[in-house]
Design a protein around this ligand. Structure first.
Ligand code: SF4
Length: 372
């Protein structure tokens, strides 16, 4: 489905120097400071905050109990969202909704909302592109363009909550598994979590948020010391250095032994289980020997393995194993006492693997967009 309402204002952006960009980039204290400087009482900031995060307002014009002058000020000075919806695609009988956004400086990012019985999960992006360059990933092909600001990540979450609400559902889970490496955009990721967690706003519990990393060891240690009880998912994909370095190049900097030690420190400090993501690729990392080596690596650790049969990317030579091979890999882990689940990614027919929609979207760059 393509929307046709007008573009939101174009926001000048000079990498990290021109923050804040929009409403979602502010804390409630910062908003209050700004609005009192305009001459409005502090309680008005709380009203706006409630409209934005509890009512999920799409624009200031919906905030009907605010003075018109305040709404005009806000619209002129502080765009609610700096993301514009370029395209929405649905799959899986309407239960997977993929949204392509354009940022204020013309970059494209994507978000996927997945509706399940009793659960609605959004997968957000945290960077335009990604510097990690995993061998099987469409996002990594073009390298990193820039970090998203916290507000640009918040806008994706709010947009997904709104889309879920439009379908009679509430957002229950959020995963940072879209485009980008969250721990290489650490400060904005932490601000994003703080905003979602704010009890005066969305009040979205950190335990419902999962941060996925390719294995940035010092930031895993930093995350363990944060107050947020977020879940950690580590994209492992191989149990040994040679294979892992060929799939996840950051492994040359933080090899498997260092990564495992950091994961164990994280478990010791937080008491929380770590999830290991394992993109299963035929003839690459799906042999019985590899499964046994993975079991040996993880034995005794408070962890869970998510086996994700690969979503193939047209321009990359990796393939998904057949169903029997997928089950055999999972069974080998389980037989060795390692909890393992096979998770098929949603929306194959709409290119729902990370970066795939954006990778094909350059022709959309001139399309009309609507507010996020
Ligand atoms: S899989 Fe994740 S970390 Fe690796 S290149 Fe893609 S977006 Fe980056």
């Amino acid at each position: 489905m393509q929307r046709t309402s007008p573009d939101p204002p174009q926001i000048p952006f000079s990498r990290r120097s021109s923050r804040p960009l929009g409403f979602y980039d502010l804390t409630l204290d910062q908003l209050t400071e700004r609005m009192t400087a305009w001459g409005f009482p502090a309680f008005r900031a709380r009203q706006v905050w409630g409209w934005a995060y509890r009512n999920l307002a799409l624009g200031y014009d919906e905030m009907t109990n605010l003075p018109a002058a305040l709404r005009e000020n806000l619209a002129a000075e502080l765009p609610l969202s700096t993301l514009a919806t370029v395209r929405e695609l649905t799959a899986d009988n309407g239960e997977t909704i993929k949204t392509l956004y354009r940022t204020g400086d013309g970059e494209l990012v994507e978000t996927v909302l997945m509706l399940y019985p009793g659960r609605a999960t959004v997968c957000v992006s945290c960077q335009v592109g990604c510097a990690v360059g995993c061998a099987f990933c469409a996002t990594g092909l073009g390298g990193l363009t820039r970090n998203l600001t916290s507000g640009e990540i918040v806008a994706q979450a709010v947009g997904a909550a709104r889309r879920a609400r439009d379908r009679g559902r509430a957002l229950t889970n959020l995963v940072m598994m879209g485009m980008g490496e969250p721990l290489q955009n650490y400060a904005e990721t932490m601000e994003f979590i703080a905003t979602l967690n704010d009890p005066d706003g969305m009040n979205f519990g950190a335990r419902r948020i999962t941060i996925s990393t390719s294995g940035i060891v010092p930031k895993i240690d930093a995350l363990a010391d944060e107050p947020w009880q977020v879940n950690l998912a580590v994209s492992l994909h191989a149990p040994g250095d040679e294979l892992r370095s060929s799939l996840v190049p950051i492994n040359r900097r933080y090899p498997v032994a260092e990564l495992m030690a950091a994961c164990q420190r994280y478990i010791d400090r937080t008491g929380r289980r770590v999830s290991f993501e394992y993109a299963l690729m035929r003839g690459i990392n799906d042999s019985d020997d590899t499964a046994r080596a993975l079991a040996d690596l993880l034995r005794g650790m408070l962890c869970h393995v998510n086996i994700i049969p690969l979503n193939p990317v047209d321009v990359l030579p990796y393939e998904r194993p057949d169903p029997a091979g997928i089950e055999r890999f999972a069974d080998t882990l389980r037989a060795a006492g390692i909890p393992a689940t096979v998770r098929y990614s949603r929306g194959l027919d709409i290119d729902a693997a990370c970066g795939q929609l954006r990778a094909k979207a350059s022709e959309l760059a001139s399309e009309t967009a609507a507010p996020a």
